[in-house]
Design a protein around this ligand. Structure first.
Ligand code: ZN
Length: 327
């Protein structure tokens, strides 16, 4: 349990677990009641003072969302098959050789053991562009958990930074964040497909059923777009709360004292990708559609207070994150 193992962050963990589950429940309800929500809007349109009853035939109205739930099942199936097939492909093509990043592989297995995660396969993606480097985690039923290192991240990070960033990824695996992502993503694509199906059928419907049908479809599309936006906001909030919890998971495994290395590691990755000065990396965006929290928020969540210094560098704990090209 994260709650009991990092006592310094109990309130934070409680909050983020709550956000996660409320967001998941809200997305589930939104997805399930989508036809009812759209139906309510249709009922509203059918009011005397608006379009009136019989604006479109009930036969036409019934078929608009007729495939909605099957889009959901298909999306889930495709997402899962993609995850499994992708998992096999990664292992087949990019699995680390036994002598590749030997120290890192040993550290990964040791951390996995400490985190209570099945030993993951290390995947090394070197062929990415020069500015793409990162660490990620994925898992699937058939090919198991994987930690992916992209670009020269292993060369870039210091040893303690590597430990914290790796432990963060392992925490995603342990808490089945990838599995949650598959379901959330499937709901998202089902709504997208439904919207696309409505748009793409509009031309045909115009010929077959006239402008009333197209107007009706337009209203349906607007309603779906509203709920879709809400769904995406919830998905982003859920993702951010999982990031916070993975940070706590990293601290749980790698220790409270050295947690600043998680933040400097993240900043170093960010800097290598963007070339930004530290003050800019730590500048809050507050983007409500972001899948990851701002780095300043992540630092504060771990009870670190990053200070922007007069020269544009940033101090976190005892460490000054400095320089134009590295530090
Ligand atoms: Zn993460």
């Amino acid at each position: 349990m994260l709650w009991s193992s990092v006592p310094q962050l109990r309130w934070h963990v409680t909050q983020q677990v709550l956000v996660t589950w409320v967001a998941i429940a809200a997305m589930g309800l939104l997805f399930w009641y989508q036809p009812a929500i759209v139906g309510y809007a249709h009922g509203f349109l059918a009011h005397e003072s608006l379009l009136g009853r019989g604006f479109v035939s009930s036969e036409f109205a019934d078929k608009v969302l007729a495939n909605y739930f099957s889009y959901g099942w298909w999306s889930l199936l495709v997402a899962w098959v993609t995850l499994e097939a992708g998992g096999f492909f990664l292992v087949w093509r990019y699995k680390a050789k036994p002598d590749e990043y030997k120290d890192f592989q040993e550290r990964l297995q040791k951390l996995a053991e400490e985190a209570g995660v099945r030993p993951p396969t290390l995947i090394v993606l070197r062929t990415m562009g020069a500015r793409i480097l990162n660490a990620a985690a994925t898992q699937s039923i058939l090919s198991g958990p994987k930690v992916i290192v992209m670009g020269d991240i292993v060369e870039l990070l210091t040893d303690p930074e590597e430990t914290y960033v790796t432990a963060h990824e392992l925490s995603h695996i342990k808490h089945l964040d990838i599995v949650a992502g598959v379901f959330i993503g499937a709901g998202n694509s089902a709504i997208s497909i439904q919207k696309w199906a409505i748009l793409s059928s509009a031309v045909y419907e115009l010929i077959a059923f006239g402008w009333r049908a197209v107007f009706y479809l337009g209203a349906t599309w607007v309603m779906l777009s509203l709920t879709h936006t809400l769904y995406k906001l919830l998905a982003a909030a859920q993702s951010r709360s999982r990031e916070y919890l993975a940070d706590v998971g990293a601290v749980k495994v790698a220790g409270w004292e050295g947690r600043v290395h998680l933040i400097t590691g993240l900043a170093r990755i960010h800097h290598a990708m963007t070339g930004w000065r530290p003050f800019r990396i730590f500048h809050r965006t507050g983007n409500i559609f972001a899948t990851h929290p701002d780095i300043e928020d992540r630092a504060q969540a771990l009870k670190l207070e990053p200070q922007v210094l007069a020269d544009g560098n940033v101090q976190v704990g005892d460490i000054v994150i400095a320089g134009y090209t590295g530090w």
